[in-house]
Design a protein around this ligand. Sequence first.
Ligand SMILES: Cc1ncc(C[n+]2csc(CCOP(=O)(O)OP(=O)(O)O)c2C)c(N)n1
Length: 634
Amino acid sequence: MKEKASLLPRIHNPQDIKNLSFGELELLAEEIRAEIVSTVSKTGGHLASNLGVVELSIALHRVFSSPEDKIVWDVGHQCYAHKLLTGRYEAFSGLRKRGGISGFPKRAESVHDVFDTGHASTSISAALGLLAAERLRGGRGNAVAVIGDGALTGGLAYEALSHAGQLGLPLVVVLNDNKMSISPNVGGLSKYLSRLSMKAKYQLFRRTFDSTVKKIPYIGGTLFDWVVRLKRAVKAVFYTDNFFVDLGFEYAGPIDGHNIQYLTDVFEDVRKLGRPVVIHVITRKGKGYHRAEQDPGLWHGVGAFSPSEGLPDVPSPQSEAKDGENRPLFTEAFSKALLNLGKNDERLVTVTAAMEKGTGLSAFREAFPGRFFDVGIAEAHGVCFAAGLAVQGMRPVTAFYSSFIQRAVDQVIHDVCLQNLPVIFALDRSGFVPEDGETHQGLYDIALFRAAPGMSILAPAGEKELASMLAWALRQEGPVMIRYPKCRCPPEIPAFSEELKPGRGVFVRRARGAGVLIAFTGGLYREVIDAAERLEREGIETDLYNLRFIKPLDEDYLAFLFDSHEVTLIAEEGIREGGFGEYAAALARDRNCRGKIKFLAVEEVLDTLGTRQELLAANGLDGPSLAKTVSAAV
Ligand SMILES: Cc1ncc(C[n+]2csc(CCOP(=O)(O)OP(=O)(O)O)c2C)c(N)n1
C-alpha cells in the first residue's frame, strides 16, 4: 500500500538503509512485505519465495555495498525486496507487465542486478566468475551468491562449489534453506541440510573466538593453541566436518534468516574473512502472509488474488464452455492422458525435475507412486536417469518445461538419441510463456532438438490429439518429444481425433479452391482460425494445415502441398533460426516448388514480458498479424 509506507518511498538506493536503526529496518521489512503482497495480488508473481527473504535482502544490502559488491540471486524469483531496495519502488506496480519491470534480475534494468537469472543453480558459478574478474582487475569488491536449498539440488551448483573451494577466493554463498523447492524439497541433500541444521554455530563461533583469544596479551598465542587442541577434541565428539568445509569453505550456521541484527553481524564477520564461506540461513517461505506460510507450495507462484480472501476459485477445467475458456489446460490434458495410459502399461514411469505440479504429474504420482520420480532441480540427471530406465525396458515419460530442458541438451543427444532409446519428452510451456520474461520462453526446443538424431517431434493442437500423440509415442522404439503451450486447449473438432500418420499433418479447415495454405505448429490453432476468418471476410480463402509432426516429415507430401497452393505461410511458435520454417523453405527450394513460401517465426527472444496474447501479437503471430502477412503476400 504505497500511501501507507513511510520508509520505503525514501529508499532510492541501498546506501539509504546504511544509517537506519535496527528498529527502522524492522519497520522497513514490514513495509516491503506489505508492498510485495499488495503488488503481487494484482500482477501475480512469486509470492512465497519473496516473502521469505525480506530480512535477508535488507541485511545483505546493509552490509555489502551494491553494485561494487555483487549480489547474485539464484533463479532470481526471490529478488522483489532487492528490487525495492535498489530504486524500483515506483516501478514496482508494473511488475511482470508488458512495458514494466521484470520479476527476475535484469542487468538491463539496474546496475544492482549484476547477473541475469531465471534458471536454477547458476548463482555460485556466476558470482565466482564475477569475483575472479574483480581480483584480476585489481578490485576489492565482494561477491555473494544467494541460493535456495531447492536450487542446491542442481548439479551445476556442485561444480561451482568444488571450483570455488579450489580457488579460495572470498566468495560468500548464502544458502537460503526453507526446506522447500516449489514443493517440499527432495533428495539426500535436503535430509543432509536438516541434519546440519541440528548442529550449533560452530564455524562462526570459532572465528570470533580465535580472534578474541589471540589478542590476549602474553598468553593469547599459547591459549589459542590449547583451544585449538581442545576444540579438535570437542569437535570429534560433537561436530563432524561438513560437506562445505570439506570442499574448502568456512561454514556458518544455521542462522535465523529473519533476524536482521543477527544476520548483519554475521555478514559483517564474513565480509572480513577473506576465504570462501557458506552461510546457512533458515527462513520461512511465505513469511508474514498466513496463507502463504501455511501452503508455500501453492503460493510459490500465483496469479492475481485478493489479499483478504486468497486465491480465486479456479473454474472446473473439464467443464465445456462454448468459448473454450473452461477447456482444460494442455498440462491437464497431458495429466489425464498419462494417467489413462499408465493404467494399462506397467512399463510407463515418469520423471520430473522438481516440477511435479507444474507439469501435471501429481495425479500419476498419486495413482502409481512407485513409478514416479522427482529428481530435484536436476534436468540433466533426470534425462540420463530416464535413459537408464529405458535401457532396462521401461518407458519413461519425462515432463519438463521447454525452457528447462535446455539444461539437458547433451543428455538428450548423447544419452538418449545416440542410443536410440524410447524416452518420451513431454515439453510443457513450449512457445510463448507469459509474464516471466525471456529466461522462461519455450522457443528454442524445435531448433535445438530437430538436429538430435532419431528424435521425433510432435505438436498437438488439442486435447485428444495430445492423448493420441502420447499413445503413439509409447509404441515407438526411439525418442519422442511432444511440445505443447501454456494455454487452454481449444474446443474439440473432428480433425484432432483423426488417426496419426507419421510425418503427416491434418487439415483443420479446407476451403474450396483455396490458393493460400497456412501450415502451423499446434499451439497456434486459435490464431490461424482467427486469421482464416479475417481473410475470408476479405475474400481470401485459406486452407489450414496442422503440421502435427515437426520431425520426421513426409517431405513428398509437404512439397505437394506447397505446389498446390499459390502461397504457403508457415506459422511457427519457435525461434526462426534453425526452426521448422527454415527447413521447409529449403525443401521448397530443393524441390523447385512453384508456390510462394513465407514463414513466420520468432525473430529474436527479447521482447518477452506480457501475456501470451500480447507476446503473440508483438511477434506477428496473432490472428490479425497472420492475416495481414497473408494479405500482403497474396
Ligand atoms: C533449471 C530450472 N529448473 C526448474 C526451475 C523452476 N523453479 C523455479 S523456482 C524453483 C524452486 C526453487 O527452490 P529454492 O531454490 O529452494 O528457492 P525457494 O523458492 O524455496 O526460495 C524451481 C524448481 C528453474 N527455475 N530452473
